[in-house]
Design a protein around this ligand. Structure first.
Ligand code: SF4
Ligand code: SF4
Length: 67
C-alpha cells in the first residue's frame, strides 16, 4: 500500500490530480492554504494503488508518493 502526501502550500486547486486518480482517492479539503486555495487531501487512502498518476499530472509538484 502507498501513502500520498499533498504539500498544502504548493497546491493551487486545479483538480487535475482528482480527475486523473482512477481510484477516487483524492478530493478538495475544507481547509485553505496561505494563498487561499482549498488544497487537496487524500480521503480514501486505503484505495490507493501507488500508480503515481496524481504526482505526475500535478503541475506544481505538490504530491509525494511513499511506497
Ligand atoms: S497514486 Fe494513483 S491511486 Fe494513489 S492517489 Fe495517486 S493517482 Fe490515485
Ligand atoms: S494537481 Fe496539484 S495543484 Fe492541482 S489540485 Fe492536485 S495537488 Fe493541487
Amino acid at each position: 500500500m502507498a501513502e500520498v502526501k499533498v504539500v498544502a502550500e504548493r497546491c493551487k486547486s486545479c483538480g487535475y490530480c482528482i480527475k486523473f486518480c482512477k481510484k477516487n482517492v483524492l478530493a478538495f479539503g475544507k481547509k485553505v492554504n496561505s494563498k487561499g486555495y482549498e488544497y487537496v487531501e487524500p480521503v480514501h487512502m486505503e484505495d490507493c494503488v501507488g500508480c503515481c498518476s496524481c504526482a505526475r499530472i500535478c503541475p506544481d509538484g505538490a504530491i509525494e508518493i511513499y511506497k
